[in-house]
Design a protein. Structure first.
Length: 344
C-alpha cells in the first residue's frame, strides 16, 4: 500500500510517499525560514498562503521522483494537528480533495506522533519498547513507547519548551531567526567558565522540565552587563545557556531510563538536531550503557515523510483506520494523550 503524507502544521510544507512494505519512496520539503526571518518569527497568515503555493508542486515532485502517477496512491495521510489552524487547513483540504478525486481513503495524523516515530525511518531503527525524548517546537516531553499508538507520558515542560527557550534566548542575544541553530553555533566558540546559569528542576524527583527561568537568567545577564555585549560575550552567554539546558535534558533522560528499566532512548523533534545535545547524550550512553537513536538530520524538523510513515504504520496494523468521509476538521491544540493506548 502506498501512502501519501502531507505536513503543513507550521512553516514547512512537506510531502512524501511511503510504501507499507518497502518504506520511503520519495519526499520533498519547502522551508519558509527565509520569508519569516524578516519578522523574527512565523507569521501564521503568510505561512498558510505559502503552503497553498507549494503543496501541489511538491506533490508533482514526489510523484516524479518515485516514478508514479497519482492513481498509484492508495491512501492519503495528513497532519490534523496540533499546529497553526490556517496552515493545518491547507494540508487537510488538499488531502481530502485528493482523496475525493481519486476515491482513496484519508486519515488525520497527530503531528507529534509523526515526530515520535520518525527515528524508525533510519536504517537502524529502535525496537519497541523505548523511552522517547520529544523536543519539537513548543513541546518537550518524555514518553514511554510500547508500540504504535501506545504512549505513556512520563513528564513534560511546565512552561517554556526547550525549543522556545532556544529561540527566545537567541533573540535576547540579537541572533537571527530561527534562534536554535544560531545560538548552538555561537556556543561553540564560548568559554564555559565565564557564566554559570541555573539548571531548572535538575534535582526534582520527577521527569518534568521548566526552561522559563533559564531564559530569564539569560535576560538578567544581558541587562546587567556593564557594556554592550561583544561577540565573545554573546558566545559565552550562549555556551552557558546551552550547557545548562543540555545538562537538564540529559539528566532527565538518564533518570527516565533508570526508572523504566529500559536501555533504548529515542530522540525526536527539531532540537534533536542540536550538536551539543547529541554529543552529551552519546557520552551518557557510553557511560551508562544504553543505546540512543536519532532521526536522520533531514527528518528532525517537520516533514512529510514522518506523516506518511506514521500513516503507513497505522494502516499496516489496521487498514480500516483510513476513511472515505472527506469532510474534515483540524485540531490546533491536540494532546498526544488523546491517541495513546488506541489506534485511531
Amino acid at each position: 500500500m502506498i501512502v501519501l503524507g502531507i505536513e503543513s502544521s507550521c512553516d514547512e510544507t512537506g510531502l512524501a510517499l511511503v510504501d507499507t512494505e518497502t518504506g520511503l519512496l520519495a519526499h520533498a520539503l519547502y522551508s519558509q525560514i527565509t520569508m519569516h526571518q524578516e519578522y523574527g518569527g512565523v507569521v501564521p497568515e503568510l505561512a498558510s498562503r505559502d503552503h497553498i503555493r507549494r503543496v501541489l508542486p511538491l506533490l508533482e515532485q514526489v510523484l516524479s521522483e518515485a516514478h508514479l502517477d497519482k492513481t498509484a496512491i492508495d491512501a492519503v495521510a495528513y497532519t490534523q494537528g496540533p499546529g497553526l489552524a490556517g496552515a493545518l487547513l491547507v494540508g487537510a483540504s488538499v488531502a481530502c480533495g485528493l482523496g475525493l478525486a481519486l476515491h482513496r481513503p484519508v486519515m488525520g495524523i497527530h503531528h507529534l506522533e509523526g515526530h515520535l516515530l520518525s527515528p524508525l525511518l533510519t536504517s537502524n531503527p529502535p525496537a519497541f519498547p523505548f523511552i522517547s525524548l520529544l523536543v519539537s517546537g513548543g513541546h518537550t516531553q518524555l514518553m514511554r513507547v510500547e508500540g504504535v499508538g501506545q504512549y505513556t507520558l512520563l513528564g513534560e515542560t511546565l512552561d517554556d519548551a526547550a525549543g522556545e527557550a532556544f529561540d527566545k534566548s537567541a533573540k535576547l542575544l540579537g541572533l537571527s531567526y530561527p534562534g536554535g541553530p544560531a545560538i548552538s553555533r555561537l556556543a561553540e566558540s564560548g568559554d564555559p567558565t565565564v557564566y554559570t546559569l541555573p539548571r531548572p528542576m535538575l534535582h526534582s524527583k520527577d521527569f518534568n522540565f521548566s526552561f522559563s527561568g533559564l531564559k530569564t537568567a539569560v535576560l538578567t545577564v544581558v541587562k546587567s552587563h556593564p557594556r554592550p555585549l561583544s561577540e565573545q560575550d554573546k558566545a559565552n552567554v550562549a555556551r552557558a545557556f546551552v550547557d545548562a539546558l543540555v545538562d537538564v535534558v540529559v539528566a532527565k533522560c538518564v533518570n527516565a531510563l533508570r526508572h523504566s528499566g529500559l536501555k533504548r532512548l529515542v530522540i525526536a523533534g527539531g532540537v534533536g538536531a542540536n550538536a551539543q545535545l547529541r554529543s552529551a547524550l552519546n557520552a551518557a550512553a557510553a557511560k551508562k550503557h544504553f543505546q540512543v537513536y536519532y532521526p536522520d538530520m533531514e527528518f528532525c524538523t517537520d516533514n512529510g515523510a514522518m506523516i506518511a510513515f506514521a500513516g503507513a504504520l497505522r494502516l499496516r496494523e489496521d487498514p480500516s483506520q483510513a476513511r472515505f468521509d472527506y469532510s474534515f476538521t483540524v485540531r490546533p491544540k491536540w494532546p498526544l494523550s488523546e491517541i495513546s493506548g488506541r489506534i485511531i
